[in-house]
Design a protein around this ligand. Structure first.
Ligand code: GRF
Length: 208
């Protein structure tokens, strides 16, 4: 499967996919395109070092129509089968979401459906988890639909919330698990080789 990774930041999840799939030319998946939401972010350098095409698509720099058209064109040109949002902080054009129905996933740094939704990203997620008194957090991979963080959950991996945890410490603990969960989920989907129905059961990696 040919993967596009959408990133807005350092791209450590992108790196986890590169490290997992790129050493093996016969791997089930391969990152064929990186879409960055702005210039200069770490994900672009990671793509370049791995010899992967990278494009910057900044919704704030163009009209909505141009943004949608360049998005679809980039995915078409690279014959993308699966779109992976890994730290992507902009809206994905509705036409892209519709075209990749069942073939677009996101990784979220908490156990959805809790601690998701609008405004829940970055350190805010971990701060909210700690403030809630939850003893467990984790990472979630889910299908992307028109409503952020509400698509079917495909895979989750729990991590403990420790007494006196800071958001930064919890974030690092969750991120380490994301780097294991995301390649597993991508591989499972790639081996499926067809769109996942929205009622797909969890892949349940958390117990491995
Ligand atoms: C991850 O925690 C991801 O779950 C969240 O944004 C962060 C991205 O990190 N959506 P990176 O850019 O992959 O290093």
């Amino acid at each position: 499967a040919r993967i596009a990774v959408l990133a807005s930041g350092g791209g450590s999840n992108l790196q986890a996919l590169i490290d997992r799939f790129h050493p093996d030319p016969h791997a089930s998946a391969r990152v064929a395109l990186v879409i960055a939401s702005r210039d200069g972010i770490g994900a672009i350098g990671r793509a370049e070092r791995a010899g992967i095409d990278a494009v910057v698509l900044d919704a704030r720099a163009v009209t909505a129509d141009e943004f949608r058209d360049s998005f679809l064109a980039a995915l078409d040109t690279h014959r993308i089968d699966l779109v992976v949002l890994a730290g992507w902080l902009q809206l994905v054009p509705a036409e892209v979401v519709a075209r990749y129905h069942g073939r677009m996933i996101n990784i979220h740094p908490a156990l959805l459906p809790a601690f998701g939704g609008h405004g829940m990203y970055g350190m805010r997620v971990h701060r909210a988890v700690i403030q809630s008194g939850a003893r467990v957090s984790g990472a979630t991979v889910h299908l992307v639909n028109e409503r952020y963080d509400e698509g079917a959950i495909l895979a989750q991996w729990p991590v403990p919330v420790l007494p006196d945890d800071t958001p930064e410490a919890l974030a690092a603990r969750v991120l380490a698990v994301e780097h294991r969960l995301l390649p597993l989920a991508v591989e499972a989907i790639a081996l499926h080789a067809r769109p996942l129905p929205s009622g797909s059961g969890p892949l349940a990696f958390g117990l491995m």
